[in-house]
Design a binder for this molecule. Structure first.
Ligand SMILES: [Zn+2]
Length: 234
């Protein structure tokens, strides 16, 4: 969550992103630009026709390809020049044409909470950027929200830690106190049948508390053998 683009791999665009094929009404009113695929779809179904070279150069010289619809489209009533402008496939910052990727000006971490009608009309909120400027664009966007996200992540981590601490204390209580809990884990560990557990491990040793008789004995034996060795050497 600390990175708005975490896990997203940007797909580098190949070829022209904006195909700039103009779709016009039966009366040659510009409607919108369409993709190659969509233009083809209309033509193949005889819903549209290609303008001849002469007609195109005469009426729409800026477009390399123009397709005229054969039916009245809904679009005719509300056509906005925004939709039929010629857009170049280049970085909107530096104009570079290499390694272009799509950039949503409003980052996905925020945008995903927008209502559908805003998401569906995001064409104008999505720009092309070269690799360098995509990195820069992400950085400047983060200047707006990253501090808040980092602070929120910290709070979330603290809440998780507090909850775990609370749980652990409750776990000890529910399992009959610390002695029982230790036994519980010890017994589980012993199911591994450990063959080399050092002497006295998995038992409590409290230096200030009373020593267990067997430990006393071992200490005395050790002390005796030490004294013996000292006297022998003399
Ligand atoms: Zn650039």
């Amino acid at each position: 969550m600390s990175d708005a683009h975490q896990g997203e791999t940007r797909q580098v665009l190949v070829g022209e992103y904006y195909s700039n094929i103009l779709l016009v009404s039966r009366r040659n009113a510009p409607l919108t630009t369409v993709s190659d695929k969509r233009a083809q779809w209309y033509v193949e179904r005889d819903l549209a026709e290609e303008l001849t070279e002469t007609e195109r150069t005469e009426k729409f010289p800026r477009y390399s390809r123009v397709v005229r619809l054969k039916f009245k489209a809904k679009l005719e009533d509300k056509c906005d020049p925004f939709y039929h402008q010629i857009i170049e496939t280049r970085c909107v910052v530096c104009g570079g044409k290499e390694g272009l990727t799509l950039h949503h000006v409003v980052p996905s971490v925020i945008r995903k909470w927008f209502p559908d009608e805003h998401k569906n009309h995001s064409h104008g909120w999505c720009v092309l950027l070269c690799e360098r400027h995509h990195g820069k664009a992400d950085e400047v966007a983060k200047e707006i929200h990253q501090k808040e996200i980092t602070e929120m992540d910290k709070k979330i981590s603290q809440v998780i830690k507090d909850l775990r601490d609370e749980w652990a204390q409750d776990f000890i209580k529910r399992n009959g106190g610390l002695e029982n809990v230790k036994r519980l884990y010890k017994d589980k560990f012993l199911t591994l049948k450990p063959q080399h557990v050092p002497e006295g491990f998995l038992e409590d040793h409290n230096p200030r508390g009373p020593l267990q008789p067997n430990v006393w004995q071992k200490c005395l034996t050790k002390a005796a053998s030490f004294l013996q060795s000292v006297f022998k050497s003399k």
